[in-house]
Ligand binder design. Sequence first.
Ligand code: GDP
Ligand code: IMO
Ligand code: MG
Length: 427
Amino acid sequence: MPVVAAIGAQWGDEGKGKIVDMLAEKARYVVRFNGGDNAGHTVVNPHGEFKLRLTPSGIFYKNTTSIIGNGVVINPAVLNAEVDMLNSRGIDTSRLLISDRAHLIMPYHIAIEGLEEKALGAKAIGTTLKGIGPAFADKVARSGIRTGDLLDKAVFRDKLATTLEAKNKILTRVYGAKALSLDEIYTQYCQYADRWASHICDTSVILAAAVEKNEPILLEGAQGFLLDPDYGTYPFATSSSPTSANACLGSGIPPNKITHIVGVFKAFQTRVGAGPMPTELKDATGDMIRERGQEYGTVSGRARRCGWFDAVAARLSVRVNGFNSIAITRLDILDGMPRLKICTAYKLDGKTIDYFPSSIAALEKCEPVLEEIAGWDKPTNDVRKFKDLPPNSQRYIKKLEELTGCPVSLISVGKHREATIVRKSVF
Ligand code: GDP
Ligand code: IMO
Ligand code: MG
């Protein structure tokens, strides 16, 4: 039975929320496996429009269990607010489960990240300032606190006291900032513990049983492949892996149980925050795409940098993630543009290259080699079959398949759940 992973394939905000909400109809479990509330996944369905940061985008279906996996870092204050919002809008969250291995974002993570980014000045990463990087840093430094620790308040207080002592030294001595209060954090997190204790468990056991029973599972990626700390534009990256490989590690499902990996790509390219982006359009066309697509951050409201589809970066994404197929989103945003361009290679120091350099310095020098392709006039929003798309729009999709070497299974032509062309079912 299917275990499908939906992976962000560019720099995030590809429309994973839309695709996951649509695919989740067939799933029994939907699992977030990486990132934290740096994510902002927009879902538009018969219940309304939602911007989810921690809750899996399958939460809207009555028969689906939503799991926040061990690979996620959780800010319980954000979780509370999100679940309250969902409940106030009539969405049942009683089946939400949280891995006892998931790490907690603590107030010092957020405070330290703010100070670090400020200290970097013009060299700042442009993070979401949610404490994501410091929380993952503590995880690998073995000083993190996990949701499971909340289940024993004495253990939690002990761990918090040890870690906070060290963090307060950084806050006061390195940055000259105020120390944080152990009692205040302890009291606050005990309230979170009381609220979430009955939802915190070893979710990998539940997923193993689901795999055993052949129940359909959907793994929901956050961020995008080009923000991966290994393969992305490091150091302008996030701190947990958005790749298909981490879909396994961050959920506890072994690689040989995954039946289909779908890479979610926008029909063009966007990026928020700093770092190289070879196809960025710093001109009227870039502004036009931003305005047509309302390309502003789901969480932060920051303007997204816009550019042409980058097939060089896409090929790396296809190769490392092992995509079985691609979901193209936001095709409708390109409706009415007379000419479109796709980046097929880069020019670096006078040479044409067909690979995505690992070095930021090299990538910053890369100029896109662009192939022009005719656009289409007719709106695509109401199209539900590939053959009904305008011929040039079909050509555009086929060109993307040819350049990436991967078949396009799903095409999204609007933000609503039903505004999707299913060429081949992934479940
Ligand atoms: P995510 O982080 O990958 O879930 O993506 P975001 O929600 O941050 O950004 C994607 C934006 O595109 C959201 O506003 C979605 O509602 C919207 N969206 C998704 N698919 C489509 C589509 O096919 N057409 C249009 N017009 N909007 C879409
Ligand atoms: P979704 O799941 C787009 C970017 C930030 C910054 C870099 C590091 O909605 O696609 P971080 O706070 O993670 O340490 O920031 O990563 N970033 C995202 N960009 N979509 C996201 O999530 C992102 N999550 C992080 O803008 O450049
Ligand atoms: Mg987003």
